[in-house]
Each structure stands twice: as structure tokens, then as C-alpha cells.
Write a protein that binds this ligand. Structure first.
Ligand code: NDP
Length: 330
């Protein structure tokens, strides 16, 4: 059974006298910094001098260059895009890490695949909210929080878990529940959702759009039916709250029968072989090496994939539908 920590397991006073340096004031950085400050922690920001830097200043944070924030902080929360972290770490963070400092990640990728190798005399922690940054903040403000995966990779201070739990409490994660995993589990599961579940849904929608429009259905009507009304996202929310099958009674009996009847036909059990292959590519680092090479070469494949996606007629059909129908989500 996975271990779950809640508010009562965490003590904010563990972080008394510590300065939390949030490096990167983007999606996660801003949300986590605001939550931690509201929880009474001493938070400073490190960012390159750009709009995000300005926003941190406007939000009232002591804001510095990345190396200066790293120098001032005893807990460094690395909330930059994963692909820029190794370079920024080597240049701007590593020279400022003191014995007993903590380096905290929101995704295990760079540690798990060895792109960042911190010194042994610091704590290396994972606090990975399972939620986009905006809602990490919104849920906290409403008195709740986003659940998170947490992990200790290195405990040099002897109090790594206590520090991590206090941080999890400060961002609101232990209000919902913080699940103790490992850097490997967080990274591999995260990539699995991105390599299988998300593309599967997107591809099913795209192929359905292509075939239905070829068969003469109006593109705008197809899109409204498939996902653009927002009903699909409400169904996804209901799955989170009530369960995969628990949400079925929200649909008509005809819909329930259709969904249950066609499920195995559209995705037979044989598909599990592909699932295993995709997991193996993640576990063996095939994807991480390919993505790393792609970055070094200047993103040639990534760019081509984007160009192909943008040429698809679905984009134009979406634009037309948005002009015809005003879509507001509840
Ligand atoms: P963002 O893309 O929002 O960027 C974060 C910050 O990095 C911004 O302030 C950005 O500045 C700055 N930045 C971008 N490029 C550079 C660079 N080359 N050098 C220095 N600073 C740079 O990141 P996220 O918040 O999405 O991701 C941060 C971490 O959180 C990642 O590890 C990610 O995997 C993890 N995570 C993200 C989630 C999410 O909701 N997005 C969910 C859970 C985990 P500017 O905006 O001015 O470019």
C-alpha cells in the first residue's frame, strides 16, 4: 500500500529559519510560491529578468537573479521547464549549494535519468502536484489543495522527509493527500499518461473527425459533439470524483448501454501489448535519450510534428465553430 501523508503528519515549524528560493516564476513557481507565503514561510524568487520576474516583483516577493536566489535560499525549489534545468543547475545553482541545503523538484525526470547529479551533502526531494499550477493556487485559496507525489531521493540533513512534508503542507498538498512514491515511479507514470492516455484520446478524436466529415457530417457539428461543448471535460471531472463506472449513471441508459457494449470492441485486450512496450520505452530510457538528442539538435522532429498538427483542417473547423457558438465551461 502506498503511504499517504496528511496535514497532521506535517509540521510547518520544521522550516523555521529556512529561506525557500523558488527558481522559476511560471505555472508551478507562482502557484507554489504564493501558497507557501500564505502558509507563513519565507519565500524568495529567482528568475531571469523578464515578464515573470516583473510579475514576482508585482506580487510582492523579494526577487533576484537565479544565482543570487540560490545563494540566499536553503531550500531551492527548481521550477523551471525540465529541458532547461540541467544547464541552469550547472551554471547558476550548483556553485551556490551549501551542505545541508535541499534541492526540490516538481518532476523526477532530470534526477531519474541522471541529467542532474547533485552533490551527496544536500537533500534531494520531489514535490510533484498532480495538477496544473493555476489550480494548485485556486484549490489552496478555496481551503483545499491539489494532491501530490512526494519522494526523498537523498537525505543528507537527516530531516529530509520532515522538510518535504512541511513543504507539501505549505502548498496545500497534504490537505488532499501526499502519496509517497519514488522519483522513478513519478517520472514513469507521468510519461505513461503523456505517451499513451493523452495521445490515445486525441487520436481517437482526430480520426473520428476525419471519418465523420468524410462521411458527410458537418465539421462544426462533429466538433461540438466530440469535445468542443466541454461535455467531455465534465465527464473527465466526474470520473475523478465518482469513478470510471461511478459516473456512468450521469448518462442516459441508452448511452450507458452503448458505452459498455462498445468498450472492448474499440480497444481490445490485445492493446495491452502496446501498453507494455510503451512502458518499457520509458523504463529503459529510450524516450529520455531520444528527447535529449532532439534538444541538442535544435528540435527538428518536434518542429515537424507541430507543423503537421497545425496543417490539419481540424484547426480551421475549430475556429469556425468558436465563431458560431459561444462556449463557456461551468
Ligand atoms: P514554466 O514553463 O511555466 O516555466 C517556469 C519558469 O521558467 C518561467 O518563469 C520561465 O520564465 C522560466 N524559464 C523558461 N525558460 C528559461 C530559461 N531558458 N532560463 C531560465 N528560466 C527560464 O514551467 P512549469 O511551471 O510548467 O514547470 C516547472 C516544473 O514543474 C517542471 O519540472 C514541470 O515538469 C513541473 N510540473 C509542471 C506542472 C504544470 O502544471 N505545468 C504540473 C506538475 C509538475 P518565462 O515565463 O519568463 O519564460
Amino acid at each position: 500500500m502506498v503511504k499517504v501523508y496528511r496535514d497532521e503528519d506535517a509540521d510547518l515549524s520544521t522550516l523555521e529559519g529556512e529561506t525557500i528560493a523558488v527558481i522559476g516564476y511560471g505555472n508551478q513557481g507562482r502557484a507554489q510560491a504564493l501558497n507557501m507565503r500564505d502558509s507563513g514561510l519565507e519565500v524568495i524568487i529567482g528568475n531571469v529578468r523578464d515578464e515573470s520576474y516583473q510579475r514576482a516583483v508585482e506580487d510582492g516577493f523579494p526577487t533576484y537573479s537565479i544565482p543570487e536566489a540560490a545563494e540566499r535560499g536553503s531550500i531551492i525549489m527548481l521550477l523551471l521547464p525540465d529541458e532547461v534545468q540541467p544547464e541552469v543547475y550547472e551554471r547558476d545553482l550548483k556553485p551556490h549549494l551549501d551542505e545541508g541545503d535541499a534541492l526540490v523538484f516538481a518532476h523526477g525526470y532530470n534526477i531519474h535519468y541522471g541529467f542532474i547529479q547533485p552533490p551527496e551533502n544536500i537533500d534531494v526531494l520531489l514535490l510533484a502536484p498532480r495538477m496544473i499550477g493555476r489550480y494548485v493556487r485556486e484549490l489552496y485559496v478555496k481551503g483545499h489543495g491539489a494532491p501530490a507525489f512526494i519522494a526523498v531521493h537523498q537525505d543528507a540533513s537527516g530531516k529530509a522527509l520532515k522538510r518535504l512534508l512541511a513543504l507539501a503542507k505549505a502548498i496545500g498538498a497534504t490537505r488532499a493527500g501526499a502519496l509517497e512514491v519514488s522519483f522513478a515511479i513519478e517520472t514513469e507514470l507521468d510519461h505513461f499518461s503523456e505517451h499513451y492516455v493523452a495521445p490515445l484520446i486525441a487520436r481517437a478524436l482526430l480520426l473520428s473527425f476525419e471519418v465523420l466529415t468524410e462521411m458527410g457530417y458537418p465539421p462544426e457539428a462533429v466538433l461540438l459533439e466530440l469535445y468542443m461543448s466541454g461535455e467531455l471535460s465534465e465527464v473527465a471531472k466526474a470520473m475523478a470524483l465518482d469513478g470510471l463506472y461511478g459516473q456512468l449513471p450521469l448518462h442516459s441508459r441508452t448511452s450507458q448501454y452503448g458505452q459498455l457494449l462498445y468498450a472492448e470492441r474499440v480497444l481490445p485486450d490485445g492493446e495491452k501489448q502496446l501498453i507494455r512496450e510503451i512502458v518499457k520505452e520509458i523504463q529503459t530510457g529510450v524516450f529520455a535519450r531520444e528527447w535529449s538528442l532532439e534538444q541538442r539538435l535544435g528540435y527538428p522532429v518536434f518542429r515537424k510534428l507541430w507543423e503537421k498538427a497545425m496543417r490539419h483542417p481540424i484547426n480551421e473547423a475549430e475556429r469556425r465553430l468558436r465563431e458560431l457558438v459561444s462556449i463557456r465551461l461551468p
